[in-house]
Design a protein around this ligand. Structure first.
Ligand code: 6GU
Length: 236
């Protein structure tokens, strides 16, 4: 997968050299380009923002640097092909990012993230690229971040680990929170007793059927307690 990011803080993404995703880049599974929006300004002050039409607090990101930066990545063809790059603008006004969305996005060939700061990007940038190709606004959740960078980091981590080969043991992707609509079961390792707390005996029983049943039960109990909204509504 190819991933391009446009941001005024390219250094934010230095951490993508590390860990599993860093390895995936070295092995060529993920190809990453980080682009500084300010490289696409043409005024002396390299300004990327201006006051909002209609008034109001804060600043809005100007459309021209975004147009130049995205054209440099996408090309200037008026119509991008149907299965061409998917442009994603992180925004609290977007569709909620979920494990299901991460799975969908992990099947893409080319993702382009546009990280807005301030009060957002001039709406015409979204409108223009929506006319030319596929664009999505995606939100991490119902809270406000100062900019899209942290949200994009989270999305790239969630998407990247689903690309075949990135996570060494694909089985470890299956038994996780949200993959089967439930939270994951609690895990334990040695020692069997620690500070007066014992590992549940069933896990040391060697009875794989009983272990499976116990783990599934734990998933259901945990989900009922912490995230009842995830459970299918029961008829009452
Ligand atoms: Cl994707 N961006 C910003 N700026 N704030 C957010 C968000 C995204 N998701 C939740 N809050």
């Amino acid at each position: 997968m190819r991933i391009d990011i446009v941001t005024i803080f390219p250094e934010f993404f230095d951490v993508l050299d590390l860990s599993l995703l860093g390895k995936a880049r070295q092995s060529g599974l993920i190809e990453l380009g980080v682009h500084n929006l300010r490289d696409h300004t043409h005024d002396r002050h390299h300004s990327v923002d201006d006051t909002p039409y209609g008034g109001g607090a804060g600043m809005v990101m100007k459309p021209e640097p975004w147009g130049d930066a995205l054209d440099a990545i996408l090309g200037t063809d008026p119509a991008l092909v149907d299965d061409g790059p998917l442009v994603i603008f992180p925004s609290p006004a977007g569709d909620q990012f979920t494990q299901r969305m991460a799975r969908e996005l992990s099947l893409e060939q080319h993702l382009v993230f546009g990280c807005g700061r301030y009060e957002g990007i001039d709406q015409r940038v979204v409108d223009h690229y929506s006319q030319r190709g596929r664009v999505r606004l995606v939100s991490l959740g119902d809270y406000v971040l100062n900019g899209g960078e942290v949200a994009v980091m989270a999305m790239i981590e969630a998407i990247g680990r689903l690309i075949p080969g990135v996570v060494g043991n694909p089985e470890s992707l299956v038994e996780e929170s949200h993959e089967d609509g439930l939270l994951e079961y609690p895990s334990y390792t040695k020692p069997a007793s620690w500070r007066g707390l014992d590992v549940p005996p069933v896990l040391r029983s060697g009875n794989h059927g009983a272990i499976s049943t116990w783990r599934h039960q734990q998933q259901i109990e945990r989900t009922e307690r912490v995230r009842p909204d995830l459970l299918p509504r029961t008829l009452s």
